[in-house]
Design a protein around this ligand. Structure first.
Ligand SMILES: Nc1nc2c(c(=O)[nH]1)N[C@H]1C(S)=C(S)[C@@H](COP(=O)(O)O)O[C@H]1N2
Ligand SMILES: [Mo]
Length: 207
């Protein structure tokens, strides 16, 4: 009989050391922030092409072009969720609306309570990278990152902050929250880049 049709082909989409997760667990550090629509804004700052900061309030952000992607989520604690449909604003849309200066190499993604994660600009700019507001056509719930969370499907999921508030364009790399606390600076699940002690020179700034 083999695997049910829906699970066929899923095994080779699982990075090494990961197992399939049924359902959708909640994983994060710290409390779930309360969404305050009148105080919320999405901010692009740092080394922008025009030197200005770009801000959108929640209404403006919600009116941005809406994209969907089918994407996997790999948690470094070894579970993976495959093939969910995520909807929201593509990172490429943000890159077009608020372009980085030519010498930008990295992006820091900032979330509520100062949570952050750093990405190489090329990892940020993939077609699959999305500031998700919806999953499976439904708005995200508070614990999964409402109103906006990032998804970078080709990297471990801590690289996708929930409750995102903006991005900072950087001309040199800097470690984000988990990257300063023992997790790998790049975080490629296919290479099992889980912990910072696995880094080789060039993977990230000195710890
Ligand atoms: N703000 C914030 N975002 C976060 C985290 C966190 O601690 N804080 N944890 C990350 C980790 S480790 C994972 S696996 C995913 C889990 O997303 P989920 O709770 O929607 O499944 O969120 C990521 N985003
Ligand atoms: Mo995770």
């Amino acid at each position: 009989m083999g695997l049910p049709e829906s699970r066929e082909g899923q095994q080779d989409r699982l990075p090494p050391g990961q197992r399939l997760q049924r359902g959708w667990p909640v994983t994060h550090y710290g409390p779930v922030p309360k969404f305050k629509p009148d105080r919320w804004e999405f901010r692009v700052f740092g080394a922008t092409a025009d030197g200005d900061k770009h801000c959108w309030n929640h209404e403006e952000f919600s009116a941005m072009p809406y994209s969907t992607v089918l994407a996997d989520l790999h948690c470094v604690t070894k579970y993976s969720m495959l093939g969910a449909e995520w909807g929201g604003v593509a990172s490429r849309t943000i890159l077009e609306l608020a372009p980085p200066a030519p010498d930008v190499t990295h992006v820091m993604v900032w979330a509520e309570y100062g949570f952050s994660s750093n990405l190489r600009i090329a990892d940020f700019a993939t077609e699959q990278t999305i500031f998700a507001t919806h999953k499976g056509g439904e708005p995200l719930t508070a614990e999964h990152g409402f109103p906006v969370r990032l998804l970078v499907p080709h990297l471990y999921a801590w690289k996708g902050p929930k409750w995102v508030r903006g991005i900072e364009y950087m001309t040199a790399d800097r470690r984000g929250f988990w990257e300063e606390r023992g997790y790998h600076n790049i975080g490629d699940p296919w290479d099992e880049q889980r912990y910072s002690y696995q880094e080789v020179p060039g993977d990230g700034p000195e710890l």
